[in-house]
Design a protein around this ligand. Sequence first.
Ligand SMILES: Nc1nc2c(ncn2[C@@H]2O[C@H](COP(=O)(O)OP(=O)(O)OP(=O)(O)O)[C@@H](O)[C@H]2O)c(=O)[nH]1
Ligand SMILES: [Mg+2]
Length: 476
Amino acid sequence: MAGALQDTIYAIATPVGEGGIGILRLSGDKALEVAAGIVRLRSGRALVSVRSHHLSHADVLEAAVAADGRANASRPIDEVLVAVMRAPHSYTAEDVVEIHCHGGPYVLQALCESVQRGGARLAEPGEFTKRAFLNGRLDLAQAEAVLDTIQAKTAASLRLAQEQLRGGLSQEINRLRDGLVQLLAQVEAAIDFTEEDIVFIQPQELTGRLREVGAAIARLADTSREGRILREGMTVAIVGRPNVGKSSLLNALLHADRAIVTPIPGTTRDVLEEVLNIRGLPVRLLDTAGVRQTEDLVEQEGVRRSRAAMEQAELLLILMDGSLPFGDEDRELLALHPDKKRLLVITKSDLPCRVPDASVPACFKANPEGTGAVVRISALTGAGLDGLRDAIRKTVLREDFEPGDSAVVTRLRHQTSLQKAREALANAAASAEGKLSGEFVAMDLRAGLDALGEITGVVTTDDILDRIFRDFCIGK
Ligand SMILES: Nc1nc2c(ncn2[C@@H]2O[C@H](COP(=O)(O)OP(=O)(O)OP(=O)(O)O)[C@@H](O)[C@H]2O)c(=O)[nH]1
Ligand SMILES: [Mg+2]
C-alpha cells in the first residue's frame, strides 16, 4: 500500500557499498526539523537558519531516545556537509535536506536509524520522483525520463532520455491535445446552439482536422520501435552450425577473451550472454552452441538452448563458415525464423572463399536500397567487423534517425495510449462523416484527449502510478 504523502520520507540516494561519499536525502514538511535534531553546524548556527541551496559543514549525531520518549542527539556519527533545499525549489517541491557523509554502509545505516527515530519514514521506490510529479514539478513522461536517464546504457539512450526529461515528448503531446481541445470546443458549441443556424465548424473541416491530428499521432507512434530499442536494448543471437566461429565473433566484438574457442566442433554448450554498445544501440549479445544432430546428451541440451535463444532474439546473426561449402545444416538454419530480422554473416574471410556471392540465397542478397543482409567477416583479422556493426544498426534504426532531434516514444505505455487516441479520432471522424449527432463526435474527442493525457499524466490512476514508480530505486 502506498505510504501517506504528508509523511516526511528519507532514503540513501547513493549506491549500496563503500564509496567516497554517501548521501541521505530527506523530503517533506518535517525534513528540516528531523535533520536539525541530529545535525550540529560547525558555525554554531541553527540548521533552520541556513541559506537554501548552500552547503554547510557539520557533524551528525546519533539520535537516542530519551526517557521522555523524545529523540535526543548524543554521540557523533560522522563529519558531513549538509544542504537544505526549501520548498518549492527542490526536486520534490517539498523541503529537502541532503546529508553528505562518508560513503560507508555503517555510517549510512546509523544515519538512517537516527532520522527514523526523529520521525521520518523510509521512502518507497521512486517516491521522491512520484512526489515531484504529484506536486507538479514534472509530468509523467518526464518522471519516466528520470528513470531512463539513470538506466541509459549508451550515449544515444541518454540523449533520448534527456530530450524527454526536458519536455520534448510532453510538448508534442500537449500540442496535439491543444488541437483537440479547440475542436471539442467547436463541436460542443454546435451542440449547445443546435436550435440556431450558426455553423461553428463545417463537417468537412472537422473531418479534415481530425485526420491531420490522427496523422501526427501516427507519425509519433512510428518512432516507438526505435525509441524502445534505444531505451530497452535489443537481444541479438549469434547462431550457426558448430565451428563456424560464433564464439570468436563474440570475443572480437567484445574485445575480450570471453568465450572458449577451440578447433573442436561443439565447444560451446551453454548460452553466453554479454551486454555491449553497438553504434549506440544497447545490445544483449548471445553466443550459442552450434546447431547439429548429435548423440551427446550435453550437446543436445546446448542445441535446445540455442533454439530457445533464437526464439527470444530480435535479431539473428546466422553465421556460415566461408571456407567450407554450403551444407544442409546451413540451409536448415537459413530457413528458420524467416519473419525475424536476420543477417547472414559469412566468417573466416581471411581463408580461401568457398561461399561465393552467387551461392548466397536470394533472400539475403543486397536489396535495392543497398542494405545488403550479407556481411563477410574475419574474427581473426577484424576485417568486416565495422560493416557488421553498421549492418546491425541499420536493421533496427532508420538511416536518418537521430536521437534527441524530435519527440520519440520510448515505452509500450505511450504506444498503447497513442493507439487508443488514434482509434478514438478515427471513430470521431467516422461519426462526423456519418452526420451523427455532435454528442458522438464529442464523446470520441474526449476519449482521444484522455488517451493522450495518460502519457503526460493529466489523466492517471493509482494503478498506473504504482506500475511506473515501482521500477525506480529507493532514493530517487
Ligand atoms: N582463420 C580463421 N579461423 C577462425 C576465424 N574465426 C574462428 N576461427 C577458428 O574456427 C574454430 C572454431 O571457432 P569458434 O569460435 O570456437 O567456433 P564456434 O562457432 O563458437 O564453435 P562451437 O562453439 O563449437 O559451435 C577455431 O579454431 C577458431 O580459431 C576466422 O575469422 N579466421
Ligand atoms: Mg562456440
